[in-house]
Design a protein around this ligand. Structure first.
Ligand SMILES: C[S@@+](CC[C@H](N)C(=O)[O-])C[C@H]1O[C@@H](n2cnc3c(N)ncnc32)[C@H](O)[C@@H]1O
Length: 417
């Protein structure tokens, strides 16, 4: 076969779902294949897209026997060779949740050595898995046309819309025009009607401004106000500046805040630590429960997020925001004697050393609540806590990334004795 020829189509029986948005199959030479665009139990014609030493990657191009969970993708850019953003456009929303539950349970079993039945809960704020994404990041081609990266590629799939985007994102018109001289955009919108475009590009970039009341920030400089959006959760109004983390799904902040509140079980007078605090979502809501006889310490390393967190907690003098990295030393020596700890690290998790430091806090907090967007790094950190004598009290999984394989977990741990 010449190097430029595509590989021949292989008929494959598809097995269980795997991380990376594909399912496991075996190619005739016995190697494992991770096959995208298919479902467990399907028989497909697939083409290999890349070869590894012990496994291959492939795309299902034709479905010979289809799963009951298969649907027609709502997005015209979904499918082999196209947009790499969504893994599960071809799966019913109920089927997606079952796949994600199986993925989480498998990682808990394999990495944390914990058997736990997982149910994935829907959250309010999407419509059959669409219209939820309040932050959309697009690349721009040489002519400034927006597009999403194709799977495992730097190539752009040019788009003029996106069915998982929140209507407010589409209403900015950002995906329907060109942005000459820029490299990338993040378009942000809220249920309250705020919208903001944060762009990056060469230092001297001087693009045309967006129309209407949409804020425009280029390389961190506000070119057209506002430079922040506002989101209301549980009656509290949060300011989130360009570049500061906020939950992407329109209903995620409220759903996670409720789950964290229930899992923490805070009481008046408690001392609560909020690690990886972002713009202070969990801190502000915990401050409400513990009252002024208690205290909340928010730890966050991003300066702009700390400024937003201070602003968002300005009514609550018992909230202290500390700009710092979360390190094992900070945890073991810099947190005082917390009654409760919530942590919500980025995808890579807290890591073994920070997890061990949390597990070793004396006196032990009543509860540690771990919010995680990556089941595998969470499972690794969970194992550290379990080995140090903590017990998993509860675990909830939320479908805040419909159409993708991603999922959010909220776990509560208590000292075992
Ligand atoms: C997943 S976000 C959570 C934010 C917040 N809990 C929320 O729900 O809006 C993680 C946050 O941790 C911050 N972060 C990442 N690594 C960090 C570290 N090592 N130390 C402190 N903060 C960190 C990021 O800047 C980001 O704001």
């Amino acid at each position: 076969m010449a190097a430029t020829e595509p590989s021949p189509l292989l008929e494959l029986e598809v097995g269980a779902i795997a991380t990376g948005g594909g399912c496991v199959a075996h190619v005739p030479d016995g190697r494992v294949a991770f096959v995208r665009h298919c479902l467990p139990g399907e028989r497909v014609l697939a083409r290999i897209t890349s070869l590894g030493a012990s496994f291959v990657r492939a795309d299902a191009l034709e479905i010979l026997h289809s799963s009951e969970d298969r649907v027609s993708p709502p997005c015209p850019h979904a499918g082999p060779g196209h947009c790499g953003g969504c893994d599960f456009q071809h799966v019913s929303v109920a089927g997606q949740r079952r796949l994600k539950a199986a993925l989480v349970a498998e990682q808990l079993r394999r990495i944390a050595r914990v058997d736990h039945e997982v149910t994935v809960e829907p959250v309010a704020g999407d419509h059959e898995g669409l219209g939820w994404r309040t932050r959309v990041r697009v690349g721009l081609d040489a002519e400034g046309r927006p597009g999403f990266r194709r799977h495992r590629s730097h190539e752009l799939e040019l788009v003029s819309g996106c069915p998982i985007a929140h209507p407010g994102v589409l209403a900015t018109g950002a995906l329907g025009r060109t942005w000459e001289g820029l490299d990338e955009l993040e378009v942000v919108a809220t249920d309250g009607g705020d919208a903001l475009i944060a762009a990056s590009g060469p230092k001297r970039a001087d693009p045309a401004l967006p129309e209407g009341a949409t804020g425009f920030v280029v390389n961190g400089q506000v070119r057209q106000p506002p430079g922040a959006v506002h989101v209301t959760v549980d009656g509290y109004r949060f300011r989130v500046s360009a570049g500061v983390f906020w939950q992407v799904h329109a209903g995620a902040a409220a759903a996670l805040a409720g789950a964290v509140r229930d899992a923490l079980g805070a009481r008046a007078g408690d001392h609560v630590i909020d690690l990886y605090a972002g713009a202070g979502l969990f801190s502000v809501l915990a401050a409400d429960v513990v009252g002024r006889s208690g205290s909340v310490l928010a730890v966050e390393r991003n300066a702009r997020a700390c400024t937003d967190a201070r602003h968002n907690a300005r009514h609550a003098p018992h909230v202290q925001v500390r700009r710092s990295s979360v390190t094992p030393t900070l945890v073991s020596q810099g947190l005082g004697e917390p009654d409760l700890v919530v942590l919500d690290p980025s995808r890579e998790g807290a890591g073994r050393a920070v997890s061990a430091a949390l597990a070793g806090l004396r006196p032990a907090p009543r509860r540690i609540v771990y919010v995680a967007c990556d089941p595998s790094s969470f499972s690794r950190d969970l194992r550290v806590l379990l080995d140090a004598g903590w017990a998993l009290e509860s675990l909830r999984a939320f479908d805040i990334f419909p159409m993708t394989e991603h999922i959010e977990l909220v776990a509560a741990l208590v000292p075992a004795d």
